[in-house]
Design a protein around this ligand. Structure first.
Ligand code: SAM
Length: 260
């Protein structure tokens, strides 16, 4: 009898058609080491292994699920290992060699924190094929002037191409989550789209998005003693709101603040 652990975001995919489709989205795996976060009972794991990766390492926090993988480890002798660890705290760079692809049906409670962690050294990865709750996926792929556009869209798209692949209804999982889910492909760029100091960019985004409805001329006062000069230097009108700005404009604003 399976007793899913809600705290660990355990919603297992029911159909192998779905897991096969997710694994296939990651493209040819034969030259790649693959990391899977949260293999659960191994449904997506099996689909990934059937795509013949060079090596697969799964990272699972729930100790009680580790033994469920013994036959897969035996059948894919030397090609598959499972690590009982918290994916938030592992250093992938110490566990596996490049080139690396990540494929995962992420535990939703930690999915954003995991993505932010991977973004810190994004060029370690060739691609990430990830399942998020739909609302988070929408934020990742959002464009300016939309309600989902914000910090996560800007940070991810500064470093990566992003593509929403398909949505899944709660019925695709056991137990049924309360929300829809979406698969996103994230492909790191060789270099960030625009040159910017990331700390300053984060400071600007945190300031203006925490007052989303306010005009920039007002919200930027919190971090700049001369908002007119700042906005002029970035060639942005003060009556704009944060969701009006492109990623390039955010970077211009951060660069102008950095030298102010
Ligand atoms: C959404 S389920 C996916 C299970 C399986 N891959 C599937 O698609 O059916 C998330 C999995 O992540 C595991 N998990 C939760 N938090 C984790 C963490 N911090 N590090 C590693 N695994 C975690 C859960 O125990 C669970 O097996």
């Amino acid at each position: 009898m399976i007793k899913p652990n809600k705290k660990l975001g355990q919603n297992f995919i029911l159909s192998s058609d779905v897991t096969d489709k997710i694994a296939a989205l990651a493209g040819d795996l034969s030259e790649f080491n693959v990391i899977e976060v949260g293999p659960g009972f191994g449904s997506l794991t099996r689909s990934i292994l059937e795509c013949n990766p060079k090596y697969l390492l799964s990272i699972e926090k729930d100790e009680s699920l580790i033994s469920k993988h013994s036959s897969l480890i035996e059948n894919y002798d030397g090609k598959y290992q499972i690590l009982n660890a918290d994916a938030l705290h592992v250093k992938e760079q110490e566990l596996i060699d490049k080139p690396v692809k990540v494929i995962a049906n992420l535990p939703y409670n930690v999915s954003v924190v995991l993505l932010l962690k991977w973004l810190e050294d994004i060029n370690f990865f060739t691609s990430l094929t990830l399942m998020f709750q739909k609302e988070v996926a929408d934020r990742i792929v959002a464009v300016p002037n939309s309600k989902s556009y914000g910090r996560l869209s800007i940070l991810t798209q500064l470093f990566c191409d992003v593509k929403k692949e398909f949505d899944l209804k709660p019925e695709a999982f056991f137990p049924k989550p309360k929300v829809d889910s979406s698969i996103v492909t994230i492909t790191p760029l060789p270099a960030p789209r625009f040159s910017v100091d990331i700390c300053t960019l984060k400071k600007v985004m945190n300031t203006v998005f925490s007052k989303r409805r306010k005009m920039l001329s007002s919200s930027l006062k919190e971090i700049s003693h001369n908002t007119d000069a700042l906005l002029n230097a970035a060639e942005i009108e003060g009556n704009k709101r944060p969701e009006d700005l492109s990623i390039e404009q955010f970077c211009k604003l951060a660069n102008a603040l950095h030298i102010q």
